[in-house]
Design a protein around this ligand. Structure first.
Ligand SMILES: [Zn+2]
Length: 109
């Protein structure tokens, strides 16, 4: 995709990522928080499965179940937050910046 400045038709466009960066951070935190509830479920499932392998299995199952739950939540949230932020930058916050005339504009949706 190539974009042009709507004012001077230059193709020297810089794309700022303010909302995308914030969105990714907020999404990661929110996702991790949501993942925390999955952690409990994950550790319970892990402990149940691990119980088949004895006491050591319970510990390993609990820890790995908790890790997977928290990790999955954080990564998923980060990706969704970044996507939302990207849309905000491009279409709402006018974070597309012409390097020739300095014009800031939204991309057409
Ligand atoms: Zn321009």
């Amino acid at each position: 995709m190539s974009f042009q400045c709507p004012r001077c038709n230059s193709k020297e466009i810089a794309f700022l990522r303010t909302a995308m960066t914030i969105g990714a951070s907020v999404g990661a935190v929110g996702g991790a928080a949501r993942g925390a509830s999955t952690v409990l479920t994950g550790s319970q499932i892990g402990a149940t499965v691990g119980a088949l392998a004895g006491p050591l299995g319970i510990t390993i199952g609990t820890v790995s179940g908790a890790l997977l739950g928290g990790l999955g939540g954080g990564v998923g949230g980060c990706a969704i937050g970044a996507q939302l932020g990207e849309k905000l930058d491009r279409h709402v916050l006018a974070n597309n910046h012409c390097l020739v005339c300095g014009h800031r504009f939204n991309l057409p949706t």
